[in-house]
Design a binder for this molecule. Structure first.
Ligand SMILES: [Zn+2]
Length: 87
């Protein structure tokens, strides 16, 4: 009997890169019924504090995060907003 993967468990860990003052969300998703991990699609492997990447096995998405207000949000970027001071 094959699992139809109808329920999921997601885990998000937040990593602090102390020497850089940066933060990464590390996301994994598995089927709650059979335990099969879900592979993330459309992301390049590597490390990008300002973007999204995936582990070499495709099972962990890493997304750069930042406290709100310290970097332009997507709307502010569209409007040409620039940040004058950031850490
Ligand atoms: Zn399943």
């Amino acid at each position: 009997m094959s699992c139809k993967h109808e329920a999921f468990e997601a885990s998000v860990r937040v990593a602090r890169i102390e020497d850089q003052g940066r933060f990464m969300a590390e996301i994994r998703i598995t089927c709650a019924n059979c335990g099969k991990p879900m592979q993330f699609m459309g992301l390049e492997p590597g490390l990008n504090y300002d973007g999204a990447t995936v582990s070499l096995d495709g099972l962990e998405a890493n997304i750069g995060i930042h406290p709100v207000g310290q970097r332009p949000n997507p709307l502010q970027k569209l409007m040409g907003y620039t940040v004058k001071a950031h850490n």
